[in-house]
Design a protein around this ligand. Structure first.
Ligand SMILES: Nc1ncnc2c1ncn2[C@@H]1O[C@H](COP(=O)(O)OP(=O)(O)OP(=O)(O)O)[C@@H](O)[C@H]1O
Ligand SMILES: [Mg+2]
Length: 318
């Protein structure tokens, strides 16, 4: 199959300062990203996401393994002209204005055409900074810097975008705008790989997801393949119960969440009918009753727990 990124046994070992202890930041990553796909990279802090991106960009040298971009080994510098990169902590020149900075980035790519000049303004509009074009970068807020970082990642109209936490620091509207922008770029045929800690962003925009934990890719695939389609539990919302009934439910070990005069109860599948009849018999008024399938959050949390348990069993626990 055609691929834009391919890695084989990609590994990176760092040495801790002073102690020189090995840090296995990434272990035997096998990844293939196909043209036009949006791939979401998830993983807790220190999982190896940024390390992977830096390896893909040639900013770090692999300890082991290989990388191909557009079927070529990474050594060719020309390949980089087709990539846009938003680093995790982009560095800006404080005493440049936003517009000046983008012109500077344009020149780094040796883009001198009239069209590329116009692109600077278009990009500032696209990322929602049209009124701040002529402001010094040092006066920008975190979210504004993030938007500017995204504009620089698009300056060369890249085929492949590597975005390290593009939604970080953005307000809810900003996050939605970036999600829409990613989808728009996908519609234009771009390939995008990004990392995030915001699971809902992955659910809305990604074709495939990879979960990286302690340098190992634990799950990888389309969400509909990774998540169990079976109904696991039900969530009931009920109001009008007496204090005794609520107390009774708590004594039975049910997990209740009280919000105003409503109570939310989650029960395992098969137990929902008995509970519902009981609650109605006790005078409760049903507000909602919803089946619950496995979510990305369930999968993510279970993966992390299973690794922690494994490590505890091996004697690495705290
Ligand atoms: N230059 C370095 N020297 C030593 N160790 C490093 C270096 N860079 C990263 N590491 C270690 O490699 C591991 C992976 O780090 P990485 O930055 O790739 O994680 P991440 O998944 O991007 O985390 P986050 O979600 O916090 O951004 C961590 O244990 C980190 O401490
Ligand atoms: Mg990171």
């Amino acid at each position: 199959m055609e691929h834009i990124i391919k890695t084989e046994n990609l590994s990176k070992v760092f040495r801790a300062p002073f102690t020189f202890k090995k840090i296995n930041a990434l272990t035997d990553l096998r990844l293939e990203i196909t043209p036009g796909e949006v791939f979401g990279f998830l993983g807790p802090n220190g999982a190896g996401k940024t390390t992977t991106f830096k390896l893909l960009l040639g900013l770090l040298k692999p300890s082991r393994g290989k990388i191909w971009l557009w079927r070529e080994e990474l050594k060719k510098i020309e390949l980089k002209s087709k990539i846009g990169f938003l680093p995790e902590n982009p560095y800006f020149y404080n005493y440049l204005k936003a517009k000046e900075y983008l012109h500077f980035c344009r020149h780094l790519f040796a883009l001198n055409s009239q069209e590329s000049k116009k692109r600077v303004d278009a990009l500032l509009d696209l990322v929602g900074l049209p009124e701040h074009k002529n402001r010094l970068i040092k006066t920008f807020s975190k979210g504004m810097l993030q938007r500017l970082g995204l504009a620089q990642a698009l300056i060369n109209d890249p085929e492949l975008l590597i975005l390290d936490e593009p939604m970080s620091g953005l307000d809810p509207l900003g996050r939605k705008e970036i999600r829409d922008l990613i989808l728009d770029l996908k519609n234009k045929g771009k390939t995008i790989i990004f990392s995030t800690h915001i699971l809902s962003d992955v659910e809305t925009v990604c074709d495939r997801v990879g979960i990286l934990i302690k340098g190992n890719l634990r799950d990888c695939g389309p969400l509909e393949h990774l998540l169990n389609p079976k109904i696991k539990s039900f969530e009931l919302c009920i109001k009008g119960l007496s204090i005794e009934t609520v107390h009774n439910l708590e004594e039975q070990g049910l997990n209740l969440i009280k919000r105003g005069n409503e109570i939310f109860i989650r029960v395992e599948e098969k137990e929902e009918k008995n509970l519902l009849y009981y609650l109605l018999e006790k005078g409760g008024e049903l507000v909602s009753f919803a089946p619950r399938k496995e979510t990305l959050e369930d999968l993510y949390v279970n993966e992390i727990k299973s690794i922690d348990n494994h490590h505890e069993n091996l004697g690495f626990g705290n």
